[in-house]
Design a protein around this ligand. Sequence first.
Ligand code: TTP
Ligand code: MG
Length: 224
Amino acid sequence: MSLIKSDSRPFTVIVEGNIGSGKTTFLNYFKQYHDICVLSEPIEMWRNCNIHNLLGLLYTDIKKWSFTFQSYVQLTMLQQHVRKTECPVKLMERSIYSARYCFVEKMKEDNLLPLPSAAVIDQHFTWIKQNANIGVDLIIYLRTTPEVVYERMLQRNRAEEKSVSLEYLKALHQIHEEWLFHKTLFELPANVIILNANLDKSIITDEYIKCVPQVLNRTMQVQA
Ligand code: TTP
Ligand code: MG
């Protein structure tokens, strides 16, 4: 692993979208292709940081644990960005960008993250952007409505997420929309392809197929 900004890196695609928008399902679909390294979100690390379940702690008391959680998310996302892979294409679930631009921002807005704590996260983030190789070539935005992802979240029944409300998902939706759809919030590190991720999983691959050549960086020819 190297932090050096000038090091070469693979064609890097990040998959973004609300909680429950289907990022993991999207990644799983791409595992069938050669030449692509699929990096799922490090949620197991968030559940076990030297035995501490930071994700669980976050939802028991967001105000108390937001700084701890978002600091660790930022570190683990940086690790994903700079992880060396053998493949010419790297596909990541989320990124250091959505952690900062969607979650940290939302927590800051709602006074769930004190401004001095947000400032420290920001200093780290700015240093990372200037010094580490966290470039991105393409963003896939799995666009959903909050009601659909709320339903999926309830069905999935992740133990830590029992207290996540529809209101929280609506606010997160709004912030993803402003960043990736309206493009009015923060910089965009790459071009965005928008997919309709409200579709049921029985037909969602029809939607995925639309962006296969771009994700594989092979706009001329695609082979499974
Ligand atoms: P997501 O990163 O949205 O991942 P997911 O697996 O729920 O999404 P999908 O169903 O599309 O695969 O959220 C994981 C959990 O981590 C969720 O409870 C929100 C939380 N989270 C934060 O609180 N802050 C963060 O910066 C990130 C990235 C996640
Ligand atoms: Mg996931």
